[in-house]
Structure formats: structure tokens, C-alpha cells
Design a protein around this ligand. Sequence first.
Ligand code: ADP
Ligand code: MG
Length: 449
Amino acid sequence: MTNDGWVEIREDLRKRVGKDNYITWIEPLKLSALTGGVASFSVPTTFFGDWVLRNFSDHILHHLHRSGAEVDRIEFALERSPAKQPKKVTEAAPRKRATNGDEVPGAPLDTRFTFDRFVVGKPNELAHAAARRVAEGGPVTFNPLFLYGGVGLGKTHLMHAIAHELQLRQPDLRVLYLSAEQFMYRFVQALRERQIMDFKELFRSVDVLMVDDVQFIAGKDSTQEEFFHTFNALVDQNKQIVISADRAPGEIKGLEDRIKSRLQCGLVVDLHPTDYELRLGILQQKAEFYHGQYRDLVIAPGVLEFLAHRISTNVRVLEGALTRLFAFASLVGREITLDLTQDCLADILRASDRKITIEEIQRRVAEHYNIRLSDMIGPKRVRTIVRPRQIAMYLSKQLTSRSLPDIGRRFGGRDHTTIMHGVKKIEEMMTTDSQLSDDLQMLKRLLQG
Ligand code: ADP
Ligand code: MG
């Protein structure tokens, strides 16, 4: 994407941030490069970059994504810096520090992405344990380690942590970390420059290969082919491979079957969506860190809990919220209260208003009544199953915006009249059965987080 492309996207941002903000903060930004998932903007001053980063980076990323740009970070550099290279002032996620000199030309590792900064909770404990194991650098016990999960759940963090740890323990080890996108760029470049032998040699000579976001190569046939050969060559030499993706190997569309089955050969672990405890833990850790930076700031009790409760999308958003909150509070010199939080983060809070899914309702209700999840959608008609099923139907109607036919489809293709009947039944029973109405109250509370 060129600066012209950016100028078009920028227009959409005007609506989002308002005219004044737009003129002051967005219009002066110039897109200087967009490569390797990083969009670089030049800015007039350091303060300017900081401000935009704290206040608008989410919006900018969002709009870049929407326009189809492959970008996961934003960085800002001073324009017309005296040095030849623009001086980097700030990054949406600072990550520039070369790995092991320049003989293994992987992507730079983010110095913050270490194990000690990774908060472990139920949703990520397996992935964390597996990553730790690989980071010990002992004999290869599973190959590859395949980490998958939704955006912002810590895949890249764990991969970098493995690389940091390995380099600490065994400085001579050749660890190569890069994104699948970078793998492709390099491959294409090697083809163009007729250096494919060098390319092959490089990738076959590493001790540990980590490829992030491998779903990117789906549908890109010659890159897949090359990846497959690289992968096999390394596995044959018993070299550790770590892969990440946004979904399980079998679910990546456009990925060749032989690659899928290769990827499934090792250990496949997923990072589950965060739960409240994990989010709170992460917030507490970050808040402690910010405390070191902004010493006189006070956080009122309940603020972190409120955020952990309300922002359940992903950790990146959670972090962004906290960064903005601290920056704002330090600027206005006020205690971080719940009110200030709600004002300052209104847009983020609105955007992450939780949407409850029918699947979630079915799962919760099944757990509560101790029946199988499959019985929710299955045909069984015994009372002990029919009742919870109807409760789930009722809650689906109440807590989601799905239509009756839509709900019917998610209950094993039942007719909408069946759903209507179920909903009515529960409504009737509620008025006389206090146990049932207590149950419903509790389930609602659980589901609404
Ligand atoms: P992914 O690669 O899965 O999209 P990242 O690894 O980039 O996600 O994580 C997004 C952000 O959230 C990073 O800044 C990362 O440090 C942070 N993060 C994610 N999980 C955790 C965790 N368990 N503890 C601390 N920080 C985390
Ligand atoms: Mg990532």
C-alpha cells in the first residue's frame, strides 16, 4: 500500500475520530512503508507519535485491516530526522532488537515477550507448558509444536519467549523466527534473484525454526510447496519446529492435505479465549509495570476488575485500554476512577460489549444440569434432557438477537415452532417454579459475565 492508499483509508477515519481530532492528529500522518505486517508512519514530533499511538492506534489498525492490509503493528518515526535512517520514536508494539547478530536473518524479537511477562491461567496453561518444554532445548520430543488460537491470545508472545529463552541458554543455537508472510517474501525474492539455493540452504541450516501465522501461506501454492520441503528437511534432521496459526491445522482452508497432516504429527495445542481471572492477572501485571513509569498515579479499587470484566475480546485490546488510561490520567493528573475509566475508554467499552452466543448458552446450561452438550442438539426426549434444552432455547431467545428459525438451526435443525414452544413452556413454568427461576437468574448472570 502506498501513501495514496492510506489517504483513502484516512477519510474513513474522519468519521470515526471526529473532525478536530482528524485535522490535528490523523491528517498529518504519512504512511512511509507497509511491510512485514508493520505500517510505518512519519510524524513531526515524538510527542505527536506518542499521542497518536495511545489514542488512535486501534482505529488506524482497524481501518487498515478493513481495507485488506496485512498489518499487525504500527510504528512512528520522526520525519526529516537528521540521521539517514528515520529515528524510531515509538511503536505500537516495540519489537526491534536484532536476534543473534545478523547471521540468522529472522524477524526481530520483541524484548517484552518473555516467559516472565507471560501470565499463565487456565486458558493458556497447556500452550505455556509446551512452550516451556521446547525452550528447555532438550531432545526434541514433539515436532512440530503447533500453537493455535484467536487473535491476541499470546501466540507470538510465546514464540518469542521460546526464542529468548533458547538464546539465553544456548547462545550458539541458530534460532530462526519469522512470520509465514516473511517466509513467502523471502522465497519470492530468492526466486526473483535466482538465489533459491541460498534460500534453501539458509532454512535447512537452522537449529530451531519458528513460523508465525502459518495460515497466511494457505492458497499460495509454490510457497506452500517450499515450506513443506523445508519442514520435512528439518524434521528429518531432528530440528525443532514451532508453528502458530489462527486455527487448528485441519481447519486451515487452502492448505494442502499433506501439510495439514504433517503439522498434526507433533503436539497441537490451543490457546483458549481468556477468562476473567487471566485477564485480571494480565491487567495487574501491566498496572504494576505502569506504576513504575507513572509513579504518582493511583488506581481506584475495582477499576482493573471492571476492565477484566468488560473487555473480553483479546489481550491486545486490554493492553491498549490500559495504556491509554494511564496516559490520559497522567496527562490530566487525576486518580484513575471508574468514572474516568468509563469516559476515557468509552469507545473500547462499547466495541467490546459482549455478544453471547447460542453455543455458549448451550454449553453453560449443559454444564449446569450435568447433561452432555451433544444432547442439547440431539434427538433425546427424556425429561431430564428436554427441560435443560428448553431452558437453553429460552435463554437463546432472551440473550441473543437470533431469530427463532436461526435458533432452531443451532438446536440440531429443529423447527422454529419447536423453539417457540420451548420458550413458552419455560416462561410459564418460571412463574410457578421458584427453583427454575433461580436457576435462570444464575445462568443469566454467568452468561452475561
Ligand atoms: P497473537 O500472536 O496470538 O495474536 P500476541 O502474542 O501478539 O497474540 O499477544 C497480543 C498482546 O497480548 C501482546 O502484547 C502480548 O504480550 C499480550 N499477551 C497475550 N497473552 C498474554 C499473557 N498470557 N500474559 C501477558 N501478556 C499477554
Ligand atoms: Mg501473532
